[in-house]
Design a protein around this ligand. Structure first.
Ligand code: ATP
Length: 231
C-alpha cells in the first residue's frame, strides 16, 4: 500500500548544479511549506524558480541537502505514487494532437461524468471550449485548431486540477492569461485547494497577495521570505 501524502514540503540546505552547464542554480535553499499552505515563489529570470519546482517533481536529485515530503526523504519515495498526487503545471505547456477532452484527462485511467467539464470550469477555460462547434471533442494540434497562449495555459491547468492533487505546483503558468481571468482561476484555486498545498511561481504581485508565504529567490538563494505585509 503506497502512502497518500498530507502535503508538507521541506527543503533543507538544498543545492543543485546543472551537470551539463555547471550552473549553480540553487544554493543552500531551506524553507517549509506546511500542509494546506499557499506559497508563492518570486524572483528575477534565472534566479532558480523553475529549478526548485523541477526538484520537487524529482526531475533531478539534489547535490547536497534534502527535500522531504511529510518528513520523508523524497528520493526514497515511490516516484509514480508521488507524482500521481501532484498537479504540476510546467512553464512550457505541452498539448497533444488529440481532443481537448483527452488533453485534460491525460494520465487518468477513468473519468467520471462531468469531471472534465468541472476541471475546465475551475481553470476558467470552459466558456472558450463550449464556443467551439465540437466543444470538448475539438481536436488540437496538427489535425485541429490552435488555441491562444492563454487558452493553452488554462487547458494545462485543467489537466493538473482534474487529478484533485494533494500538492499543486504552478510554474509561471498564468503569464498569458489576463488579470481578470487570473483572478477567477486564483479564486477557484482558493476553494479547491483548501487544506491542500500549493506552490505558485509568479511574476505579477497581484497573483501572490493572498499567499500564506512569499519566498524571494535571487541567484539561487533565498533572499527574503514572509507574508506580503512583512516583505
Ligand atoms: P525564469 O523566470 O526565466 O523562468 P527561473 O527563475 O525559473 O527563470 P531557472 O529556470 O530555474 O530560473 O534557471 C536557473 C539557472 O539554471 C539559470 O542560470 C539557467 O540558465 C540554468 N538552467 C535552467 N535549466 C537548465 C537546464 N536544463 N540545463 C542547464 N542549465 C539550466
Amino acid at each position: 500500500e503506497e502512502p497518500v501524502f498530507d502535503g508538507k514540503i521541506s527543503f533543507k540546505n538544498v543545492s543543485f548544479t546543472y551537470p551539463d552547464t555547471g550552473i549553480e542554480a540553487l544554493r543552500e535553499v531551506s524553507f517549509e511549506v506546511e500542509k494546506g499552505q499557499f506559497v508563492a515563489i518570486i524572483g528575477r529570470t534565472g534566479s532558480g524558480k523553475s529549478t526548485l519546482a523541477n526538484l520537487i517533481m524529482r526531475m533531478y536529485d539534489t547535490d547536497a541537502g534534502q527535500i522531504e515530503i511529510d518528513g520523508k526523504e523524497l528520493k526514497n519515495l515511490n516516484l509514480n505514487n508521488f507524482r500521481n498526487q501532484i498537479g504540476f503545471v510546467p512553464q512550457e505547456v505541452f498539448l497533444f494532437s488529440d481532443t481537448i477532452k483527452n488533453n485534460i484527462a491525460f494520465g487518468l485511467s477513468a473519468i467520471e461524468e462531468g469531471q472534465v467539464e468541472q476541471a475546465a470550469k475551475n481553470a476558467a477555460v470552459y466558456d472558450n471550449i463550449v464556443d467551439f462547434d465540437l466543444k470538448f471533442e475539438t481536436m488540437l494540434g496538427e489535425r485541429g485548431i490552435t488555441l491562444s497562449g492563454g487558452q493553452k495555459q488554462r487547458v494545462s491547468i485543467a489537466r493538473a486540477l482534474i487529478k484533485e492533487p494533494k500538492i499543486l505546483i504552478f510554474d509561471d503558468c498564468l503569464s498569458a492569461v489576463d488579470t481578470k481571468t487570473e483572478e477567477e482561476i486564483l479564486s477557484n484555486l482558493g476553494k479547491i485547494m483548501k487544506g491542500k498545498t500549493s506552490i505558485l511561481i509568479a511574476h505579477r504581485i497581484s497573483t501572490i497577495k493572498n499567499a500564506d508565504k512569499i519566498i524571494v529567490l535571487d541567484d539561487g538563494k533565498i533572499i527574503e521570505q514572509g507574508t506580503h505585509n512583512e516583505l
